[in-house]
Write a protein that binds this ligand. Sequence first.
Ligand SMILES: [Zn+2]
Length: 123
Amino acid sequence: MFELRVKGRFSAAHMLRGYRGKCARLHGHNWEVEVAVEAEGLSEAGMVIDFGELKGMLGEVLDELDHKLLNDIPPFDRLNPTSENIAKWIFDRMKEKLSGFEGVRVSSVTVRESEGVAASYRE
Ligand SMILES: [Zn+2]
């Protein structure tokens, strides 16, 4: 099995509902996102997928969140915009974007909202 990883970033604000703590108040983070994709075989060019193409897809997905108030963007208008839920949302968006690439699957998405903490989602 081969696995590729690409990283991206976005900056956004959020506030957590039903949570007693500082994160209940409006604040922002510079999120770091790492996406891993996997494939059992390689293309004729010897790749899982072109790194540039994969980074481009992640960039498009993160643009949807960048410099926004996450609580305004569905599904985060109902679902708490925690790192865990953001990781799953990015996973689902990347899965859609990779649907045309046979044999290539999203293996995990990791979201870091601050130094030393990370949340990952995988199916
Ligand atoms: Zn926060």
